[in-house]
Structures are given as C-alpha cells and as structure tokens.
Design a protein around this ligand. Structure first.
Ligand SMILES: [Zn+2]
Ligand SMILES: [Zn+2]
Ligand SMILES: [Zn+2]
Length: 180
C-alpha cells in the first residue's frame, strides 16, 4: 500500500496550507551552506542569488524569468550566468527541474536522500515534492520484466492544490448564494 506522504523536515500538509515561507527559505539556505561545506564547493554570490530567486515562492520559475529578475539586481547577468548557476544548484540537489513546465523549484529536502514526485497546481502554479520512493521502486521492478535498464525516472502530477480547491469552493459557494 502507498505510504502516507511524508517530506521532512517540512511537513507537506503544512506546506500546502498557508505557512511562514521565510522558514522554507531559511531551511534551503542552511541546507545549501552545509551541502557546499561537506562537498567543498563554493556557494558564490551568483549561485546564492539564483537559489534565493527560485525559492522566493513555491511557484516553478523558468530560466528567462530568472534572468529578468536577476537583471534587476545585476544588469550584466547573461543567460549563461543562470544556466551555470542552475547546473550547479541541480547538481547539489538544491533545485529540481520541473520537466513538464521547463521550470525550476527549490528543494526542501536537499539534505536528505529522497525520490519525490512533483505535484503541480495548474491554478496557482505552485509545485511541491511528495515522497514517492515506493513508486520509483515499483517502476524499476516492473521495467526489469522488459529487460529495460532505466537511467532516469521523472514523476510529475498536474492538478489543483488544496488551497486553490478550498478557495474555489468558497468562490463557488458565494456564486451559489448569489444565485439563490
Ligand atoms: Zn514555503
Ligand atoms: Zn527534492
Ligand atoms: Zn494551487
């Protein structure tokens, strides 16, 4: 049976509701510092700025949107600045690419080994990670019966998040009330 969704240390239920986003940002930056220290790699100002821009919200953000935002701080920023920083941040596990949106999100579990599915809200465009190790295990096992050797598995789900659902519920309710 599917396990209950768990993403630590940030509780996924809490993430789906209103939350103090500065805690998410603080957590990512702390993880970035400890990962860079452990791997003896440098979190340069440019890399840190790109990470901060990606983690400014839970919305997936595209490379060109990042470039526009970075240019507001540094008008010399080039696409290569962004792509180099993205490569570094993805390699360090601090950022994930949302393939179906060709965009990026910050990882809140970068300091832990995890296999997640990405849940993407088509309404607010927030994207969250959900622990999906059991799905990855099942896919790897099933692919063996095809004699297939997977090199990469990507699981992304599109839909409507809890917050948008409840907001839409309220809107629908008020429409109903207006009608009657
Ligand atoms: Zn947050
Ligand atoms: Zn992650
Ligand atoms: Zn939403």
């Amino acid at each position: 049976m599917a396990n209950k969704i768990t993403i630590k240390p940030v509780d996924s239920e809490q993430m789906m509701r209103r939350h103090n986003h500065s805690d998410c940002l603080k957590h990512v930056l702390q993880a970035a510092e400890s990962i860079c220290l452990a791997r003896n790699i440098r979190l340069t100002q440019a890399r840190k700025r790109v990470l901060e821009l990606i983690c400014a919200s839970h919305q997936a953000i595209g490379a060109y949107q990042l470039l526009d935002q970075l240019k507001q701080q540094d008008n010399k920023a080039k696409p290569a600045t962004i792509y180099r920083a993205l490569d570094f941040l993805m390699d360090a596990g601090l950022v994930h690419k949302v393939e179906s949106l060709n965009a990026y999100i910050g990882c809140l579990s970068a300091d832990q080994n995890h296999h997640s599915a990405i849940l993407i809200c088509d309404h607010c465009h927030n994207a969250y990670e959900m622990d999906a190790r059991h799905c990855y295990d099942a896919l790897h096992d099933n692919s063996k019966s095809f004699g297939f050797k997977p090199s990469q598995v990507i699981i992304e789900m599109h839909g409507i998040c809890k917050e948008c659902s409840s907001r839409m519920g309220i809107i629908n309710q008020s429409v109903d009330e207006d009608c009657f």
